[in-house]
Design a protein around this ligand. Structure first.
Ligand code: OGA
Ligand code: MN
Length: 296
């Protein structure tokens, strides 16, 4: 090994208490040597958070996690949330949401389930305190495909002309579970769900609480721009989402067995990709969500 390689390897090892490798030039990294079923101390928790702030998507490889172990790991990062949609509260642990394409007989379903997951969104932006992070653990994967895409809303913001940034800065956006369900063609929100999640308003340009970086805070849960005619606001938001989800801002995660993927909802939108035979193969994930701060 050349001296420079040794130095680079040493620096890399010194920076993080785990073996972490970038998955793309834009964002996302894999962590190869942690067992998340073991207790995670404060220092390790802080390093994982630092890596999340740096890479936005972390794929912990080769995990074996029960729902209880996933909930325990997630709880190290804050408060867990149940799902607004009551169909998604699992019997055993209500904070672990089953994400799968199975019907009531546990067979791959003919129709698309969770259709809202296939539209670009950031988790729970329809809440006053949206999610800090989501953790998805692959329980069962199709033989190929079933990918998840992430788009970097900070990189997209950075790429806007300065004048455009200034014009967006003062705008505030209404996010709504009810509107989101309409837009994605999902089963419409029930009265209970609407009561649990009334519309909320967030700044269009959001400052990340840990890094101070700015990003456009948008996605399928947006309804309109506060104080603007609804259609004009919808058009702006659709335009921005198109801009932010161009290939140059996107990382596509191809799941491997044993993956636990954790992502930062404060600066990304994500979506599931229907690139597998859904009526034939099972795709089963367990999901936990950490509550975050009020966006500013
Ligand atoms: C989610 C989600 C995407 C996927 O669980 O919040 O959007 O690929 N999942 O299943
Ligand atoms: Mn989601």
């Amino acid at each position: 090994m050349a001296m420079t390689d040794v130095a680079a390897a040493g620096e890399h090892r010194g920076a993080w208490p785990f073996d972490i490798r970038p998955l793309s030039g834009l964002m996302a990294a894999e962590i190869l040597d942690l067992d998340l079923a073991q207790p995670v101390g404060d220092a390790m928790r802080d390093s994982i958070l630092a890596a999340l702030n740096r890479y936005k998507v972390l794929a912990f490889r080769n995990q074996t996690l029960t729902a209880a172990a996933q909930a325990a790991f997630t709880r190290r990062f804050g408060e867990l949330e149940p799902h607004v949609n009551r169909d998604f509260r699992s019997e055993g642990i209500p904070e672990v949401h089953p994400v799968n394409n199975l019907d009531e007989n546990k067979r791959p379903s003919r129709g698309i389930k969770n259709i809202g997951n296939y539209a670009w969104h950031t988790d729970k932006s329809y809440m006053a305190r949206p999610s800090l992070a989501t953790l998805l653990y692959a329980v069962q994967l199709p033989p190929a495909g079933g990918d998840t895409e992430f788009a970097d809303l900070q990189a997209a913001y950075d790429a806007l002309p300065e004048e455009r940034k200034r014009s967006l800065e003062p705008l505030r956006v209404v996010h709504s579970w009810e509107r989101s369900r309409q837009k994605s063609g999902s089963k419409l929100a029930t009265e209970d769900e609407k009561r649990d999640a009334p519309p909320v308003v967030h700044p269009l340009v959001r400052t990340h609480p840990a890094t101070g970086r700015k990003g456009i805070y948008i996605g399928n849960h947006t309804s309109h721009v506060e104080g603007w005619p609804v259609e004009k606001g919808e058009a702006l938001l659709a335009d921005l989402l198109d801009f932010a989800t161009q290939e140059r801002f996107v990382y596509r995660h191809q799941w491997r067995s044993g993956d636990m993927v954790m992502w930062d909802n404060r600066c990304l939108v994500h979506r599931a990709i229907a690139n597998f035979e859904m009526a034939k193969h099972a795709r089963v994930l367990n999901r936990t969500v950490v509550r975050g701060d009020v966006p500013v």
